[in-house]
Design a protein around this ligand. Sequence first.
Ligand SMILES: Nc1ncnc2c1ncn2[C@@H]1O[C@H](COP(=O)(O)OP(=O)(O)O)[C@@H](O)[C@H]1O
Ligand SMILES: [Mg+2]
Length: 230
Amino acid sequence: MEDNKVIEIKNVAVYQGRNLVLSHVNIDIRKGEFIYLIGKTGSGKSSLIKMLYADIPVKEGSIVIAGMELKGVKEKQIPFMRRRIGIIFQDFQLLYDRNVNENLIFVMKATGWKDKTKMESKCKELLSLVNLSNSGLKMPHELSGGEQQRVAIARALINDPEVILADEPTGNLDPDTSKEIVLLLKELTNKGCSVVMATHDFMLFNNFPARIIKCENGEIIDSSVAVNLA
Ligand SMILES: Nc1ncnc2c1ncn2[C@@H]1O[C@H](COP(=O)(O)OP(=O)(O)O)[C@@H](O)[C@H]1O
Ligand SMILES: [Mg+2]
């Protein structure tokens, strides 16, 4: 694979159980690219994202992400592969029984971190990156939705992932907060991280244009390919 390609999807069919959701999926994503994945509810955005983090197995075609072939990937390899990918959801999925630092440290420990000083300094670094330097000791319920999503972004960045997969990360947020989240995600691409963000929020992709991949009628329409054809 060319080394500036972070995701290579070739002739993939996306299934949910026995149902074919998307067919003939061919997408290349480069290092540092920001991509909106759009389409109506039920069009297959979440299913495609799930395939990218090996929650739905690749049966037809192939997917290489962050240097790993997902077809035939063994169950025990999946956690290692997921360390190279950051995942963000609409509902934040924080642990509500512990503070922000403890949320981050929980994931660090689960992914093999041991040195307490390193974990503490990584917490500081990540919280400063998402503009939450003073919130490490707060409980998630003391934070606004936008702040909780920024904690989720910090958590996704713990192991310096090559790719961030964000499934409707602004779905629970007001328009101004949504803009902040998109700007923060876009900033990550300056450091070489690729971001795939599923959304159906027109306001965002009109205000902050980027490559658009659309799920429609069981297939993919890629703005970068369409532009090349024009
Ligand atoms: N866990 C599941 N089991 C079976 N079918 C599902 C499941 N999740 C989603 N689907 C179906 O797969 C299709 C695509 O859904 P999804 O990927 O969630 O779309 P989107 O994220 O664009 O709203 C829909 O027809 C949906 O009903
Ligand atoms: Mg979805």
